[in-house]
Write a protein that binds this ligand. Structure first.
Ligand SMILES: C[S@@+](CC[C@H](N)C(=O)[O-])C[C@H]1O[C@@H](n2cnc3c(N)ncnc32)[C@H](O)[C@@H]1O
Length: 269
């Protein structure tokens, strides 16, 4: 019997397009993570590294970085990005199956991927992976729109061609999935303290062609039947062209941070 195609496994179908069209992470994000940490991490692990966009940011810490990524096509681009880099190792597998080193790591990070990790276990797994005082950093982009008029016109196109995902554009990516990250997970977790969040806003212009490539990498779009996806994308391309051929994405890069409690504090909770 054929295995049903799962939404969290669709990225490898478009790994090259993903690498070309998804936005990079701003350097300011790393400053926020480093500023929150009480010590320079000795070792970092990243869950759901994809083609390495978040990894490229984390690599700037200049410490050993383990990138965990289950999709072979995404992992191949990731490995290519860091060929010859002794500080980066790529583990092809799910974060759920990765085993932390004895004593734990100082930073567990996940870029636009935490919602794909088993939400019933991920907080506990992160706590187990971290040394006391270590940091969990969960981040990602919301692809908002600088032009409200264009956004409204796009909504009408979605309503017409793909009503099942019509309410999704512009809403935070991390609220779109069954495993959506909820900060309460961290606030109520006995293993974590000092939960806080930050955001960095940038405007990134996409011409029509790159915008369509970007759309082809969003999992709700990938889950549409191909003919329907094509009709939707043709209509959106026409709309963007009539608005000057550019979509100015107002990119809100959000970051949630939490600190692993020390053993004594964890025992008290
Ligand atoms: C939207 S992509 C994010 C990739 C990259 N971190 C970035 O920011 O561009 C989500 C990634 O999570 C991966 N993923 C899905 N389930 C996962 C799991 N259980 N553990 C780790 N990664 C997972 C997918 O294969 C995909 O590469």
């Amino acid at each position: 019997m054929a295995v049903p195609r799962e939404q969290r496994t669709v990225f490898g179908e478009v790994a090259d397009a993903y690498e070309r069209s998804r936005a990079d992470y701003p350097a300011a994000l790393l400053d926020l993570i480093a500023g929150y940490a009480t010590r320079t991490p000795a070792e970092v692990v990243e869950a759901g590294a994809g083609t390495g966009k978040g990894s490229a940011l984390l690599r700037r810490l200049d410490v050993p970085l383990t990138c965990v990524e289950p999709d072979p096509a995404m992992a191949a681009l990731l490995a290519r990005r860091f060929t010859g880099d002794d500080l980066v190792s790529v583990v092809v597998g799910r974060f759920e199956d990765w085993r932390p080193p004895p004593g734990g790591v100082d930073l567990v990070a996940s870029a636009q991927a935490w919602h794909w990790v088993d939400h019933t276990r991920r907080t506990d797994m992160a706590a187990e992976a971290l040394a006391p005082g270590g940091v969990l950093a969960i981040f990602g982009h919301d692809y908002g729109f600088a032009d409200v008029g264009l956004r409204t016109a796009m909504d009408a196109v979605y309503q017409r061609y793909a009503p099942e995902i019509a309410d999704l554009p512009g809403r935070p990516v991390h609220t779109r999935h069954p495993g959506a990250f909820d900060p309460q997970e961290l606030r109520t977790a006995p293993g974590f303290t000092d939960v806080t969040h930050e955001r960095v806003v940038t405007v990134v212009p996409y011409d029509t062609a790159r915008y369509l490539t970007l759309l082809s990498t969003f999992s709700p779009h990938r889950m549409l039947p191909e003919a329907q996806r094509t009709r939707l994308h043709v209509a959106l391309a026409d709309l963007v062209d009539t608005h000057g051929g550019v979509v100015a994405h107002e990119l809100t890069t959000w970051l949630w941070l939490a600190r692993r409690r020390g053993p004594a504090a964890a025992d008290r909770s």
